[in-house]
Design a protein around this ligand. Structure first.
Ligand code: UDP
Length: 444
């Protein structure tokens, strides 16, 4: 099955967000971390990586040597700034032209595999696959049909245009990388994917960066009180991630705590994103309306070397999302020895070992979340035990393991693509022997 050699060079396509952007706000999140962490590790294994992304500043260099063996190519497609993600489909032609021209300037056979991230990139990869004669591996990261089935109240549904676009990529890609078995089932049931072409590859965490450490030291670095109990939300502030649910659920606990002379703090790290951009102050307004502003700290998006201190400083990290393809924050927090309370949706059921490293809450009823938080925070010994188990659990999710599996997926794609090409050539030769015919092309 995987008799193909290692690819020499991979074209990673990430149209809508650059791996060099700070995650935690706007369009930059887990996908950026995924693309970057896998790219640098592929390069360390001797596989060169070129990442195509859309230029978002006139000062973006055309090509950036971002790490040994990793080049970021900033493709000009549409205005640098102010282009809404919903308007990106109109720029796909310009983006694809930039990608094809970059390849045309290289010696033939420059790339062995294309790996597209998110459906917009899948559309680009689809055409590049046919032009370059190399296989396309696609990771959806999120699926519109899944998102739309679990929308937060008042949130904007993903357009049908995206569902159709995703469907096309699912039909055209040589291999589909799903984050979890759950996502594989969603690809099968909602997108009619071919089961034989799906590889389940779990994402990971940087286990060298995210390690357990002194909470007191972390709080001192972040300027947080050493004696308070701290519950933390880390991520893009948008309805899908349900930070508003967490605020509503923790408000009565904050009030009870301060009435009995204890201090409970909610720490919120991240910036507005998605439909949250329409009302960027909504969460702060909610906190003020509930009268808990003094017990809630907002921090802007943090780089990983600060985020590790955030996780260490926290007693519990909460991930209340309505939908989550995996949930890197949950693994990173556990890698730092911090238990996680998470919604029992999507990949979070894999990321959190319910009852051993944290707690999974079914549904999004505020009362259920208040009860679950109250119960957890009332048991410091249990929290400590969950935290100890959390690090061990997180160690099962390393980026090294992700890259091992991605390489297998690439080799599998190369092998089956070569077999299809051989069959197509044989068919074309036979047709030519019988009369006029067109060139052999790999078509599904
Ligand atoms: N992140 C970060 N700084 C922040 C907030 C988030 O670097 O202030 C990173 C975080 O470390 C994680 C990613 O953003 O790797 C979020 O990934 P997740 O899968 O939790 O959510 P997504 O953004 O993919 O919806």
């Amino acid at each position: 099955m995987t008799s193909s050699p290692l690819p020499r060079r991979v074209a990673l396509i990430s149209v809508h967000t650059s791996p060099l952007a700070q995650p935690g706000t706007g369009d930059a999140g887990g996908m950026n971390v995924y693309v970057w962490q896998t790219a640098i590790r592929l390069a360390r294994r001797g596989i060169e990586v070129e990442i195509f992304t859309r230029a978002t500043s006139s000062s973006d260099a055309h090509s950036v040597a971002a790490a040994p063996g990793v080049t970021v190519r900033n493709v000009v497609a549409g205005p640098f700034e102010g282009l809404d993600k919903r308007d990106l489909p109109a720029q796909l032609c310009a983006f694809t032209a930039g990608v094809l021209r970059a390849e045309a300037a290289q010696a033939p056979g420059h790339y062995d595999v294309i790996h597209s991230h998110y459906w917009l990139s899948g559309q680009v990869g689809w055409l590049a696959r046919d032009r370059w004669g190399v296989p396309l591996v696609h990771t959806a990261h999120t699926l519109a049909a899944v998102k739309n089935a679990a929308l937060a109240e008042g949130d904007t549904a993903e357009p049908q245009l995206r569902v159709i676009g995703e469907q096309q990529v699912v039909g055209e890609a040589d291999r589909l990388v799903a984050n979890t078995e759950t996502e594989a089932v969603e690809l099968l049931s909602m997108y009619d994917a071919d089961a034989d072409r799906i590889d389940v590859v779990t994402p990971g965490a940087d286990l060298e960066c995210y390690t357990p450490g002194s909470s007191a030291e972390a709080r001192s670095i972040l300027g947080l009180d050493p004696d308070e109990t701290i519950v933390t939300f880390v991520g893009r502030i948008q309805p899908l991630k349900a930070p508003d649910l967490l605020v509503s659920a923790i408000a009565p606990l904050i009030k009870d705590a301060s009435a009995s002379g204890r201090q409970l703090r909610l720490l919120i790290v991240g910036g507005p994103s998605g439909s949250g951009l329409q009302r960027p102050t909504a969460l702060m307004d909610q906190v003020a309306e509930l009268g808990i502003s003094e017990s809630v700290t907002f921090l802007p998006p943090q780089p990983s070397d600060r985020l590790v201190q955030v996780y260490r400083a926290s007693d519990v990290v909460a991930v209340p999302s309505h939908s989550e393809s995996f949930g890197l924050v949950a693994i990173e927090a556990q890698a730092c020895g911090t238990p996680v309370i998470a919604a029992n949706v999507g990949g979070l059921g894999v990321a959190v070992d319910d009852g051993r490293t944290g707690v999974l809450v079914n549904g999004h009823a505020v009362g259920d979340w208040t009860n679950a938080l109250e119960k957890l925070l009332a048991q410091p010994d249990r929290l400590a035990e969950l935290g100890r188990n959390a690090r061990r659990h997180a160690e099962r999710f390393s980026w090294e393991h992700t890259v091992d599996q991605l390489i297998e997926s690439y080799r599998h794609a190369m092998h089956s693509f070569a077999a299809q090409s051989d069959a197509a050539h044989a068919e074309a030769e036979q047709a030519a022997a019988q009369g006029p015919g067109g060139p052999a092309r790999v078509r599904r």
